[in-house]
Write a protein that binds this ligand. Sequence first.
Ligand SMILES: Cc1cc2ncn([C@H]3O[C@H](COP(=O)(O)O)[C@@H](O)[C@H]3O)c2cc1C
Ligand SMILES: O=C(O)c1cccnc1
Length: 350
Amino acid sequence: MSQSSLSFQIEPVSKAQDHVIQQKIDLKTKPPGALGMLESLALQIARIQGPQQLQIVKPTMLVFAGDHGIAAEGVSIAPSEVTHQMVQNFAHGGAAINVFCRQLGFTLEVIDCGILTPVEGVEGIIDQRLGAGTGAIHLEPAMSLDSVDKGFAMARELIERHHQAGCNLVAFGEMGIGNTSSAAAIMAAMMQLEVADCVGRGTGINSETLARKLTLVELALLSHQSAMTGPKQVLACLGGFEIVQMTGAMLAAAERKMLVVVDGFIATAAALVAVTINANVRDYLIFAHRSEEQGHQRMLAHLQAKPLLSLGLRLGEGTGAALALPLIQAAANFYNQMASFSDAGIEAVV
Ligand SMILES: Cc1cc2ncn([C@H]3O[C@H](COP(=O)(O)O)[C@@H](O)[C@H]3O)c2cc1C
Ligand SMILES: O=C(O)c1cccnc1
């Protein structure tokens, strides 16, 4: 394994200017604290960007797609072929994430990290394939350690390209039938929890399918127990290709001091691994929403994350992250544009 891809140089944010930032927020023409979570969001962004003007430039939604061997066991409402079909749908602009990105002016990029068969003849799907679906995790490792490394390296290049283009906010979404099984397994391994606390209904499976999913994820954890000696090994054992690349891309984006917007259960599992690899990444993470997936709340609590939205979403694709963008922009805008009490000639309410 090349060390370069596992070592991420992420600067923790400085809190040295917190008093300046907080004073700027408190002197806006509103009762102290009245903008609630937008105030803590502005503080987070100002710690990253400095206390002057906050900027959200070329916000970009990255949707990472990959297939999962475990899906052949019927752990989802849909077969693996639907991953390919949905990637095609993304390319044609017909998925929920396309609609929201169009509405909000969010650039959307779709990355094939290793779906079963690549989508041919359409523009705009980025080829970062690590294989044709992962190994079935209840039977074998999802992938080799080498693939994890390769995934990190490609993810870093992807982020570098967006950084070079001036983008300073990337949001993380995913597509991959069966990936809530992989994410739940990662959650159980990383947080040392019972599988039953981590596995949920994903796309909306019935109780019989849920019982099968639980058994298979338990089997996966048991069979890889001794091999999971660190976060990279957990990724190799439990997958998937899109989760690996999301993890690498989150770390690379934090290295570049970009804002990292995390979508639902699967993206949060990637964030969990990223934080274990380098705890400094946490300063750059903005958690968009709390999904309906069983286990998401617990993962968020573990990461001390207060998500911006709770809309009962359980879709993935980055939909929650897209919907949170206007709130992030609103946080930057109130910080930049609101009058202070002295600007407005109003007696300070402090
Ligand atoms: C038509 C369709 C569109 C989707 N878009 C996102 N997902 C979501 O569901 C999958 C995870 O749930 P599970 O582990 O139960 O398969 C992922 O692809 C996720 O992005 C979809 C699922 C389906 C069926
Ligand atoms: O929380 C999510 O992101 C999610 C939940 C169910 C299915 N797909 C994604």
